[in-house]
Design a protein around this ligand. Structure first.
Ligand code: FEO
Ligand code: CA
Ligand code: CA
Length: 640
């Protein structure tokens, strides 16, 4: 097989071991190659035929790909169905009450705290009970990334008051909903003892090296150990012990500053006027001029236990502070936990955390503090296709007192500054990361970076090869010895996204199969199919007339051949983000975020259906983000 890369190399002439060679080594070591597959290896035949060894099942592109779309609808291939399960405002099923969604956005702040938040994003399915592989009853845990106050309140920002701020804060955070399947139909269980909302007001514990440090202390929390809420939760992760990781992304947007911007405020994009959420008008902690340390308490990964609705979420400071897209775990060869993380801002970095201790596979409670001890690394991608993980440890290399880093808490609070100091590689907006279930090869979407190569901005390198990069790329790497804890890796580009018909050759990309732009969501199913979700922004589409890619979508790629096939198209103005399947792979859950997003920011409350009326159509009052259930009509495995 030969797969082309941006620089004209093929997989066969790349200096590093090919994917298949690595797979062969790994699977041979694990004794997983048997029968025909082993014969293929012995005879040095191409390994593509046995690249499914070590997987639970064989994932093939068995569906008929669909066309691009500008329909205000979710479309899936022939033989599949897609149904809305849980939309913004639907009751979460809390034991205390299940207030119905009001199509005129008339729900109160208290009702919003018992309903789905806005802007569904990362999602995971936890089977019930814990430890089972139940594919007909489980907990869906998901993020609600942000609020569009033009849709959230009947009159938008007019008559702005404390209740509106509280409603907006309650529209953020996470949902835990119990779901069950009966005769092929899924429903939310209401009420359920597990049903829960986590919001921008939920008390949380701060743990890890930065807990209690001087920079974490505020007037409301002189100990620096507890904080209210999590917000702008983008993608997610989960641990092998059944907890959920929710990741704080564009937290800086919520802060204003009526005083003086600190160096850290500037490095993290805290600005005098913020991004117009207007929380500071009735919740003073969001004015960084009055409370300069409050912003230090956001930008973390938060862990909570969905199986225990009383459990308090915990901010894990050992995993660093930046615009966390998500937190994807892998098992090191010696049983420690590795967490891969992207910092989704132009020219920011890719990180990984390696725990100090191995986790306990039989006693989940013994893993309560695993994420508090370990080493955070930042990635350097070299042009010779090698890469290294640079540790961010106080006192080492450039991270000394003399260089301005007071201690390890300081290194973690100012993670970006630490990455700058050690010379990490500035990437084109790292979004989702997916670890191959059999080979440990890691894939990461770099969604776009129109600033690349601009005036006074960093130029291209081989990992980020295009100037004014509006369509993005997918990078992948192989850790030394296939050990996720390794300190060195080999990398290449899996695909460069674009429109093959584009008049500008630099925007055509090299996708084999159905084209897409701005890859964002990324996930391997346990058959090894790579699912890719897109987020071409409304402003990019309207400004540059990229209609040939249509509405945002989801595709599946067979990494053995590189072929990519379009599986789903979303409604107008949406991005498609969040994907998971039940353990039997016969149900897929995806999220549609911001249907009807206004190209210039928030929607007009006087005309909420200006850009989309999905999913409620004529009967609805406004577009709503929602979780969608996808099934094969014959009950078969999704994608095959
Ligand atoms: Fe919230 Fe980076 O997407
Ligand atoms: Ca994203
Ligand atoms: Ca995105």
């Amino acid at each position: 097989m030969s797969h082309s890369y941006s620089d004209g190399r093929t997989l066969n002439d790349s200096p590093n071991a090919t994917f298949d060679q690595i797979l062969e080594t790994r699977l041979s070591r694990r004794g997983l190659l048997k029968g025909a597959a082993a014969l293929a290896v012995a005879g040095s035949l191409p390994l593509a035929g046995c690249a499914t060894a070590g997987l639970r099942r064989e994932g093939n592109l068995g569906f008929k790909g669909i066309s691009v779309s500008t329909a205000d609808a979710v479309r899936v291939p022939e033989g599949y169905s897609a149904n809305v399960l849980y939309a913004w405002g639907d009751p979460v099923g809390h034991p205390s009450a299940s207030p119905a969604f009001k199509q005129d956005a008339g729900n109160s702040a208290d009702e919003q705290a018992l309903q789905a938040g806005m802007h569904h994003d990362g999602i995971h399915y936890f089977a019930l009970p814990y430890g089972s592989e139940n594919s007909a009853n489980g907990l869906l845990v998901m993020n609600h990334e942000y609020s569009d106050d033009g849709l959230l309140h009947a009159d938008g920002f007019a008559n702005w008051n404390a209740d509106k701020v509280r409603k907006a804060q309650n529209a953020h955070g996470c949902s835990v909903v119990e779901v069950r399947e009966k005769g092929g139909k899924w429903e939310v269980v209401r009420p359920s003892p597990f049903a829960r909302r986590v919001t921008a007001r939920t008390p949380m514990r701060i743990a890890g090296p930065a807990a209690g440090s001087a920079d974490m202390k505020t007037a409301a929390d002189p100990a620096g150990m507890t904080v209210l809420g999590t917000f702008n939760n983008c993608a997610h992760g989960y641990t092998p012990w059944g907890t959920y990781l929710t990741c704080e992304e564009n937290w800086n947007s919520y802060f204003t500053n009526s005083g003086t911007l600190t160096a850290d405020h500037r490095r993290n994009g805290v600005s005098p006027k913020g991004r117009g959420y207007r929380w500071e008008e009735f919740d003073e902690r969001f004015d960084a001029g009055k409370h300069p340390n409050e912003s230090n308490r956001h930008g973390w990964v938060v862990e909570f236990d969905p199986y225990d609705p009383q459990s308090q979420p915990v901010k894990r400071t050992a995993l660093g502070r930046f615009s966390h897209e998500g937190a994807w775990t892998a098992a090191a060869n010696d049983g420690r936990l590795v967490v891969y993380m992207g910092d989704d801002r132009a020219f920011e970095y890719i990180y990984k955390f390696v725990s100090r201790d191995a986790w306990n596979r039989t006693d989940r409670n013994a893993n309560r503090n695993i994420l508090d001890h370990g080493t955070l690394y930042v990635a350097k991608f070299s042009d010779d296709a090698s890469g290294e993980w640079i540790p961010l440890i106080h006192g080492r290399g450039a991270l000394t007192k003399e260089a301005g880093f007071a201690d390890q808490a300081d290194v973690l609070i100012r993670t970006r500054a630490a990455g700058d100091a050690v010379g990490a590689t500035k990437m084109d907006r790292p979004e989702w990361i997916a670890v191959h279930p059999a080979t440990n090869e890691v894939y990461c979407t770099l969604t776009n970076n129109s600033g690349r190569g601009g005036k006074d901005r960093p130029g291209t390198d081989r990992a980020n090869p295009r100037v004014n990069n509006v369509f993005g790329q997918i990078i992948r790497w192989r850790e030394s010895g296939n050990d996720p804890a390794a300190l060195n890796f080999q990398w290449d580009l899996f695909a460069i996204a674009g429109d093959p018909q584009h008049p500008d050759a630099g925007r055509r990309g090299n996708i084999k199969g159905d084209a897409y732009g701005s890859p964002d969501g990324l996930w391997f199913d346990d058959g090894g199919l790579l699912w890719i979700q897109t987020d071409v922004s409304a402003s990019t589409i309207s400004k540059n007339h990229y209609e040939r890619l249509g509405n945002n979508q989801m595709l599946a790629a067979d990494i053995r051949s590189g072929e990519t096939r379009r599986f789903l198209t979303g409604p107008n103005g949406c991005e498609v983000t969040g994907v998971v399947m039940t353990p039997d792979a016969r149900t897929m859950f995806i999220n549609i975020q911001h249907p009807g997003e206004a190209p210039k920011g928030r929607n007009d409350p006087q005309n909420p259906k200006a850009h989309s009326s999905w999913p409620d159509g004529a009967a609805g009052g406004r577009p709503r983000s929602a979780t969608v259930v996808i099934r094969k009509n014959d009950g078969g495995v999704i994608g095959t």
